[in-house]
Design a protein. Structure first.
Length: 607
């Protein structure tokens, strides 16, 4: 049973910013060992903001310097940072790459604007070197209202950001179970250096009020209390006992979850480790393919080897055999992945299928015939999905094969002319960069043309829900676990116990209810006629071994383990040999959502 916890439990530092005069921002947190009073620098202006309090910062040289203290070293594997802000600029309009709302040096727990990613973000860094940056996209922000933001690290592998009382984003990453990294001086309104004279950069332009730091993970209930439908509750106004809220998952359709370069927040992008880590969350796994000098199709996003390996030089000027195949493609991400290699397209495809997902292959370079020949040689061409920004390449692929699924990548304005071009090119779907042109009417236009619309790259939970609500068919994300938390897997015919795999347990459910009359489509009534009969057995048998990505196939079929229903063995689908064939065939395929497709081109800048 969830236990109510007083709001002030674990509150280490609290700056109400309600002094209205003077050059000191006083810390009044009840749980702090010392008072972390801040010094106003370069005369930020006291304002009558939310709760009649706040500071206005000019985005040039004003900030509040918070001294290093035992309080702010946290000392636990959890932290919460809450603040009210009034933005004078949206992220894309700030002068530098970042704008610090609150920054504990060196980036241990931070609220900031990120220009390149056009988000308001929370970042936490752990003693294990793990870091995650969930964010609120600019499309949800404004420069007119006071906004409440709350960043949370739970010590259980995830960082979250709440925005105006709602969960806006969540990201997992390697190393995200350790303690919060210690040793910080902090700045309100800037990023400060760790030693005297504590110079500052990345200044914030706007208002800040009611800022608090806890050494525990707050949740949705606290976010809703503090936001209070926009009226707000000041942290220091009261100390209510707040009972945690377990959010109900939304009643969403089962759209395609597409893991961008694999599960790239927990493993190095475009590696077999990242592809394997997407299992259980993704339907499709996106990866990028380039041609090496020795004509190998290899997995690499960038045109050079420098960023994601210990090698250097252009992919096109380097041999895979004898050079690229010996490079370390994991240590840049974490020492845990030291020795991870650059895979070939063949290795990527085999690994993804083996984990019950579908490869979404983005062509960076290479001819249509090279891709078609390699995938045909593996016998998986028509089970794969190919995407590209070069639609002429996709037309060439279509001329070579009429069945392979193709998606056209693009960004910017999505209009009727582009949709017509996609139809004429023989594409199955449009895969578009998220932006203002992705709305309900755009989705309707794409669907009216007989195409699907997929969107890249979306990491905000609120934006994911918006896209689902307007009817997109697939979403590419760096956070497949977050997207899967609000998107159910599609049911599989024959999965009568709803465990994600059609196996012997489902046969038992069918056998034990054979002859029963029940509500149509429930229980073991796979045929939907309201009667548990041989049609339901046929569905089970024909789908035996099929799995969602939530559950890999673990059952084998003993030769005499499944008896045909009496008197109908000749009618059934082929006996144990057929089951074994289906078992082998389906061990690498997923029937998660049927015939839908997807992409992306996102680069996470290093802060």
């Amino acid at each position: 049973m969830a236990v109510s916890v007083p709001l002030h439990n674990g509150l280490l530092s609290y700056w109400a910013l309600d002094e209205n005069s003077g050059s000191t921002a006083f810390d009044s947190a009840p749980g702090g060992v010392v008072a972390d009073n801040g010094s106003l620098r370069n005369a930020p202006v006291w304002i009558d903001g939310i709760f009649g309090a706040g500071l206005q910062l000019n985005g040039t040289n004003q900030d509040v310097l918070i001294p290093n203290s035992l309080d702010m070293d946290i000392g636990t594997n959890a932290v919460t940072l809450s603040a009210w802000v009034k933005l004078d600029q949206l992220p894309a309009n700030i002068s530098g790459s970042y704008s610090g709302i609150f920054d504990s040096q060196p980036d241990n727990y931070v609220l900031y604007l990120d220009k390149n990613n056009d988000e308001l973000r929370f970042k936490v860094t752990t003693t294990a070197g793990g870091a995650a940056r969930p964010g609120v996209p600019a499309s949800l922000l404004n420069t007119t209202d006071w906004l409440h933001v709350m960043g949370v690290y739970d010590g259980e592998g995830e960082a979250r950001i709440y925005y105006n009382g709602e969960l806006a984003g969540a990201l997992s990453a390697a190393g995200m179970t350790a303690a919060v990294r210690s040793g910080q001086v902090a700045g309100i309104g800037s990023q400060v250096t760790g030693s005297a004279p504590y110079s500052s950069s990345s200044h914030f332009k706007g208002g800040v009020a009611d800022l608090g730091v806890w050494n525990r993970a707050l949740g949705l209930a606290e976010a809703q209390y503090l936001y209070n439908n926009g009226v707000g509750n000041a942290i220091g106004a009261a100390n209510p006992a707040i009972k945690p809220i377990v959010p109900e998952p939304p009643d969403n359709p089962s759209i395609i979850v597409e893991a961008h370069r694999g599960n790239s927040v927990v493993a190095p992008e475009n590696t077999l480790a990242a592809f394997t880590a997407a299992a259980g969350f993704a339907n499709y796994v996106e990866f990028d393919v380039r041609v090496s000098r020795d004509d190998r199709l290899i997995v690499m996003h960038d045109s050079s080897l420098d960023r994601t390996t210990n090698g250097s030089g252009a992919v096109a000027s380097s041999d895979y055999v004898g050079y690229i195949d010996g490079l370390d493609a994991g240590s840049w991400f974490s020492s845990e992945f030291s020795g991870e290699q650059v895979p070939t397209m063949t290795e990527a495809v085999q690994t993804i299928f083996a984990n019950g997902m579908t490869p979404l292959i983005e062509r960076k370079t290479g001819s249509a015939s090279a891709f078609v020949d390699d995938l045909s040689g593996l016998g998986v061409l028509d089970e794969s999905v190919i995407i590209a920004f070069d639609w002429n390449f996709l037309e060439d692929v279509r001329e070579l094969d009429s069945e392979v699924k193709l998606g056209g990548l693009g960004s910017g304005s999505l209009n009727g002319s582009i949709i017509s071009n996609a139809v004429n090119a023989g594409l199955d779907f449009i895969d578009w960069g998220d932006g203002g042109s992705i709305n309900e009417s755009t989705v309707a236009m794409v669907h009216a043309a007989g195409l699907e619309l997929h969107v890249w790259t979306v990491d905000s939970l609120l934006r994911m829900q918006e896209l689902i609500d307007i009817g997109v068919d697939g979403i590419t994300t760096n956070a497949p676990e977050t997207l899967r938390s609000i998107v159910p897997f599609a049911p599989i015919p024959g999965d009568y116990n709803d465990d994600g795999t059609v196996n012997l347990a489902d046969y038992t459910v069918w056998r034990n209810s054979l002859g029963s009359t029940i509500a149509a489509g429930t229980g073991a009534d796979g045929s939907g006629n309201g009667l548990i009969d041989l049609a339901d057995y046929s569905l089970w048998k024909s789908n035996f071994g099929t799995t969602t990505a939530t559950s890999l196939l673990t059952d084998s079929v003993p030769v005499n383990s499944v008896s045909e229903p009496g008197g109908v063995s000749v009618v059934m689908l082929g006996g144990v040999a057929g089951l074994l064939f289906l078992h082998r065939k389906c061990a690498r395929s997923s029937s998660v959502v049927g015939e839908v497709d997807w992409y992306s081109g996102f680069t996470e800048p290093m802060e």
